[in-house]
Every structure is written in C-alpha cells, then in structure tokens.
Write a protein that binds this ligand. Structure first.
Ligand code: AKG
Length: 247
C-alpha cells in the first residue's frame, strides 16, 4: 500500500479504491455471478458457487494483495480467504444493523498496531460491481471505531448507532471499485435505494492463517476446481512452518 492508503486505513479502518476493474472485467464478472445466482445448473459443478469461475482471478488481484500484505501479514503464505458471498440488493432491500467495533482480544478480528505496522485479523474486501451512490445503500462505517476504547460492540448505544448520529460515513464509487475494511470497525448494511441499479457486490473475508472466524462452507468440488495458487488461500488453519518440516 502506498503511504497515504496505509495511514488512512489505520486512521479510519477502511479505504476505497475506485474503478480497479475495467468495464470489460466488470461486465464479465457481473454476468457470471448473476448466472451463478439465477441458473447455477447451467454451469459446471465446480463453478456453481463462489469463489469458482470468473471470480477466481480476483482472489489474489494485485489491488487486494497490496492491502492485505500490509494489514494481515507480509508473507502471502499466511493469508487465507475464509468466506466469499454475493451481496445482491434491489430497491428497498437491506437493513440498518450496526455490529462489531472496539478493541478486542479475540484474535479472529483483532486490530493491532505494533512495531511500525498493522496486524489485522479478519479483513473484508468488497468488490462493488455496480455504481454505489453516497447515502443510497453502500456499507456504512464509524471511522476509527476499530480502535474504540469503550465497548460499543457489547454495550451499544442508540445515540451512536442511529443512522442520524452524525458518526457514520459511507462512500460513492463507480462499478469495479474495491472497499477494504477491518471487521473490527463498527459497520452496517443499509437499505438499497439507488434507483439506477441493484447492488451487486462480492464480499470476501480474508484472515491470518492462524485463525478463522467462519465455519467453512465452500464445497470441495469448487475448491478443487481452483488453480493451486488459489487453492492455497483455502488451506486449513495452521502455521505454514509445518509444511516445511514435512518436506
Ligand atoms: O451489506 C453490507 O453493506 C454490510 C455487510 C456486513 O455487515 C459485513 O460485512 O459484516
């Protein structure tokens, strides 16, 4: 990450990288995920759900790795992808439901800064495949709340969580943009009210190889269809030094 993005990620807990994908890439991936959603049987079994098929190449997209190597671990061998899902919303769908936020000793989504670098646990990477307009349904954050000292997660206050509290921030972005945030940040979905297009976003949860937040749910068939470089992101939770010892 460049210095600007690194400082903003640490300060706010999230960054937006606009228009990372070309129009052609957005079209290809959008068409594919809609086929997965609407007619999965028309696809080969290993492509019927994420991360299989056209999405696969985004797993280690340079714009994603650029952030994760700085915030999760500098060694790509120690980065896992534990969950991927399509977030599809039409007008009126979605719900304001703030969660997470504050310091935690729980390593699955702890956020720490130590010895000159960030050590984040679960980190969300969101591919926004359609345009997002500020205030019309993108994800909302309370900037800085990943470092909050009062426990706003376990003792939430309506005066803070209320949509009109003045503490929430969101974004506008063109199709093909990336939003990356620490799961330790207080955040929420919102009701989609952009009349021009639905929200079509792919949510990915990356984490450190030593921990896992989600129960694994990706079918083996889908994982087996990935290239070895991409299968590596779905390894069990353990330290890669054991691979070296077993060689
Ligand atoms: O749907 C959204 O915009 C937010 C999703 C969310 O809350 C999460 O990633 O934990």
């Amino acid at each position: 990450m460049n210095e600007h993005n690194r400082i903003v990620f640490d300060l706010k807990g999230y960054i937006v990288k606009p228009a990372v994908l070309s129009e052609d890439e957005v079209e290809e991936i959008t068409e594919f995920v809609l086929q997965q959603k609407n007619s999965p049987q028309s696809l080969p079994p290993d492509q019927r759900c994420l991360p299989g098929g056209a999405f696969e190449k985004l797993i280690d997209h340079p714009a994603v790795m650029d952030v994760l190597l700085d915030v999760i671990d500098g060694d790509i061998e120690k980065i896992r992808l534990e969950n991927v899902f399509l977030n599809y919303r039409e007008m009126g769908e979605g719900k304001w439901s703030p969660h997470a936020g504050g310091r935690t000793t729980n390593p699955n989504y702890a956020y720490n800064f130590y010895d000159g670098r960030i050590y984040a646990g679960m980190t969300r990477v969101v591919w926004e495949l359609t345009e997002v307009l500020q205030g019309q349904g993108g994800t909302y954050f309370i900037p800085g709340s990943h470092k909050a000292n009062y426990n706003i997660r376990k003792s939430p206050l309506d005066s803070i969580d209320n949509r009109d509290s003045g503490l929430w921030e969101s974004y506008s972005c063109p199709p093909g943009s990336l939003v990356v945030f620490s799961e330790a940040l207080r955040h929420t979905a919102d009701i989609w009210c952009n009349p021009h297009n639905p929200r079509i976003a792919i949510f990915c949860a990356y984490n450190h190889i030593n921990v896992r937040h989600h129960k694994p749910n990706i079918p083996q068939k889908v994982l087996q269809g990935l290239t070895p470089e991409h299968q590596r992101f779905f390894r069990e939770v353990y330290h890669p030094q054991f691979d070296r010892w077993n060689m």
